[in-house]
Design a binder for this molecule. Structure first.
Ligand SMILES: Nc1ncnc2c1ncn2[C@@H]1O[C@H](COP(=O)(O)OP(=O)(O)O)[C@@H](O)[C@H]1O
Ligand SMILES: [Mg+2]
Length: 237
């Protein structure tokens, strides 16, 4: 579904991505992990057209999207949630989700039906009329996901959606991510905590200082010496 081939990008003298190639299979949950500053968010910005790569190609459903603008990439079917919360705090949950729909994509009636569907899917139905600034962090994150879902994406990029949550909340978000995959969405997520990544991923890619150092199933990544050396050793319990 998504093919990133030999992508490179530098910020001044810093090579933030160095020959990165990644393949995300349709209907799967793929994860991107690596230490802080590895280039994970930068890769999402390249995929969504926010940053332009110095070299390399990004293909989505066989089509070259490398030079498209962010709104064109969103219309093509890629939605993203941000590492920092990115909703309208003074609007209600319902209004936030409604703000995600693409212009002219659905009729008013369809939008209404779809908004209720998304609220249901995320367990936010009882909070539809709550102003987002009054929500706990978990629900506020889910509102971001709801806005992404409103764009009717095929591929959803989640930048640390799971993070800074209590264990039970993390499990809840994992369940939602797995449910989305079962509903036919393809997920590409950036994660920091290993447990939820291991639980949800079909495939994991590891970046370190802009370079891909490993890819494989959770089991393969768990035992990969290069990964253990650069990343996991600080996370093991
Ligand atoms: N717009 C930018 N300008 C300059 N440097 C940047 C910019 N965006 C990211 N970087 C740098 O690129 C590296 C990768 O950052 P980032 O992709 O945010 O890492 P991660 O998400 O893996 O923690 C870091 O060293 C960061 O400081
Ligand atoms: Mg990041």
């Amino acid at each position: 579904m998504l093919d990133v081939a030999n992508v490179e990008i530098s910020f001044g003298g810093l090579k933030a991505l160095d020959n990165v190639s990644i393949h995300v299979e349709e209907g799967s949950i793929c994860s991107l992990i690596g230490p802080n500053g590895a280039g994970k968010t930068t890769l999402f910005n390249v995929i969504t057209g926010v940053l332009r790569a110095d070299a390399g190609v990004v293909k989505f459903l066989g089509k070259d999207i490398t030079r498209l603008r962010p709104y064109q990439i969103c219309r093509a079917g890629i939605a993203k949630t941000y590492q920092l919360r990115n909703n309208f705090p003074n609007l209600t949950v319902f209004e936030n989700i409604r703000s995600g729909f693409l212009k002219d994509a659905l009729t008013k009636k369809e939008r209404m039906r779809r908004t209720h569907e998304i609220l249901e899917l995320l367990g936010l139905r009882d909070k539809a009329d709550t102003v987002v600034s009054n929500l706990p962090p978990l629900d506020s994150k889910l509102v971001d996901l709801g806005r992404a879902l409103a764009t009717s994406p095929k591929l959803i990029l989640l930048d640390e959606l799971i993070g800074g949550l209590l264990p039970a909340e993390t499990d809840h978000v994992c369940d939602i991510v797995l449910d989305l995959r079962d509903r036919g969405y393809t997920i590409f997520q950036i994660g920091h905590e290993m447990k939820p990544i291991m639980r949800t991923s079909d495939k994991i890619f590891v970046l370190d200082q802009g370079c891909p150092i490993a890819e494989g199933t959770p089991q393969e990544i768990r035992t990969n010496p290069a990964v253990l050396a650069c990343y996991l050793e600080t996370e093991e319990e």
